[in-house]
Design a protein around this ligand. Structure first.
Ligand SMILES: [Zn+2]
Length: 84
């Protein structure tokens, strides 16, 4: 088996994936950066939508009928809804 990051031949445990702690950290730092760059704009929209709903509903109610126009006015993005 070879290191997932640098392709160096691995020795030791059979389930080893990385040759060193440096490669392991490098791998996770890269994965986190890529995930963040993809998820960040979506997170922003979801947070904004959640704030709009919290503003309209308050923190105590779970259901409320709201006119679509009210949500549109607050720039709610209907395409992006997350489960509770
Ligand atoms: Zn390596």
């Amino acid at each position: 088996m070879k290191c997932k990051v640098c392709d160096k031949e691995l020795s030791g445990r059979k389930d080893k994936i990385f040759c060193s702690l440096h490669c392991k950290n490098e791998y996770h730092i890269t994965i986190r950066a890529v995930t963040k760059s993809v998820a960040s704009p979506l997170d922003k929209i979801l947070h904004r939508n959640r704030s709009i709903l919290l503003e309209i509903m308050g923190s105590k109610s779970h259901k409320k009928k709201v006119l679509r126009s009210e949500l549109v006015k607050k720039k709610f993005q209907f395409k992006f809804i997350s489960p509770l």
